[in-house]
Design a binder for this molecule. Structure first.
Ligand code: DAH
Length: 336
């Protein structure tokens, strides 16, 4: 009978050794120390114990109860305390594992180009002006000396908005030259501003055409401004943008709002050999435009220019297709 005590003690010891969660410990407590546990059952054997062994059996069983209680308490505090088990610690944490680097956002290539243009012209004393993208007929055409039946007004070349019965429908501006008018309406000369923004034309999309793109417009009005000032400004701009080897060429052309007018070409060598590229138009502000904004053309002269921002950005970053700029594929945009 006394062997039963030793047996139970060994069994309990090996069970307890395998305990490493509090659930397992609770199961251990119920199995051995619970009201229907093995210890209770052992005590129940008392009646079967021969009389002369009863005393030893009773003492032995009681001592075992003390020891099991003590080792139970010991296990319990080790589980809760300083030696937490794997389950409570959670998954193993490898502090040497390389982390996931935070991904930094960046400005769109057009915004970067815009910022650069603003800076280049700010150094030459130009302020920045803005104007609305939904324009009226007067600012997009009339004040810019574009008469009623001029082909530039063709509905196939402009995004006219529903007139709602009005005689002169508004439109998404087709050029930033509108801002020249808005600035001159609000300020007296001298004027020295650029304006950069979106313009809209219903062009079919291909590698070099998009129905929305950006222009930078420049306007300089003062006394005795000449073509030399225009050319000097554009050369400075080309050097700042494309380096000291860049060159420019003015090719006679026609715009209703300038006289004389020219197309602006830049010669850029970005390592693949020099190349001439047309980047916009320019000229001396037509006196008819000054008259629309109340400037005296006898007193004031000025130059203006309008350049394509996408062309500049694409040339500078060697991007062959304008559509890529607006697809918002992060793998493409992230390169710049
Ligand atoms: N507005 C013209 C265009 O969109 C570009 C332009 C030409 C702007 C000559 C000017 C200018 O200011 O003087 O094609």
């Amino acid at each position: 009978m006394l062997d039963r005590i030793t047996q139970l003690e060994q069994e309990a010891a090996s069970d307890l050794a395998g305990v490493d969660t509090s659930d397992q410990l609770e199961a251990f407590r119920i199995k051995y120390l619970g009201s229907k546990g093995a210890l209770k059952a052992l005590m129940g054997l008392m009646k079967e114990v021969p009389r002369e062994q009863k005393r030893d059996f009773g003492q032995g069983a009681n001592a075992l109860k003390q020891r099991l209680q003590a080792s139970f308490e010991e296990k319990k505090s080790s589980l809760n305390g300083d030696a937490p088990d794997a389950a409570r610690r959670g998954p193993a944490l490898d502090l040497t594992e390389p982390g996931a680097p935070p991904v930094l956002g960046r400005s769109h290539i057009i915004s970067q180009t815009t910022d650069e243009l603003v800076e280049v012209f700010a150094r030459m004393g130009f302020d920045v002006a803005t104007g609305p993208e939904v324009e009226d007929d007067y600012h997009n055409f009339v004040a810019l000396n574009i008469p009623e039946h001029h082909p530039a007004r063709d509905p196939l070349d402009n995004f006219y908005l529903d007139a709602g019965g009005a005689a002169k429908p508004s439109l998404l501006r087709s050029q930033t030259s509108t801002v020249q008018i808005r600035v001159m309406e609000q300020t007296r000369p001298p004027v020295r501003v650029i304006s950069i923004g979106r313009v809209y034309r219903p062009d079919e999309h291909d590698a070099t055409h998009f129905s929305m793109f950006h222009q930078i417009e420049g306007l300089y009005v003062d006394r005795r401004v000449t073509m030399v000032d225009l050319k000097t400004t554009l050369i400075q701009f080309a050097h700042a943008m494309f380096g000291p080897d860049a060159d420019i060429m003015l090719v006679p052309s026609y715009f209703p709002f300038t006289e004389p007018s020219a197309e602006l070409y830049v010669k850029i060598d970005l390592g693949k050999g020099a190349e001439w590229m047309e980047i916009g138009g320019c000229g001396m502000v037509d006196p008819a435009v000054f008259e629309h904004v109340g400037y005296d053309p006898e007193e004031w002269t000025g130059f203006a220019f309008g350049l394509g921002v996408e062309r500049l950005a694409m040339r500078k970053c060697d991007i062959p297709d304008i559509r890529w700029l607006f697809e918002n594929d992060i793998r493409f945009l992230r390169q710049f």
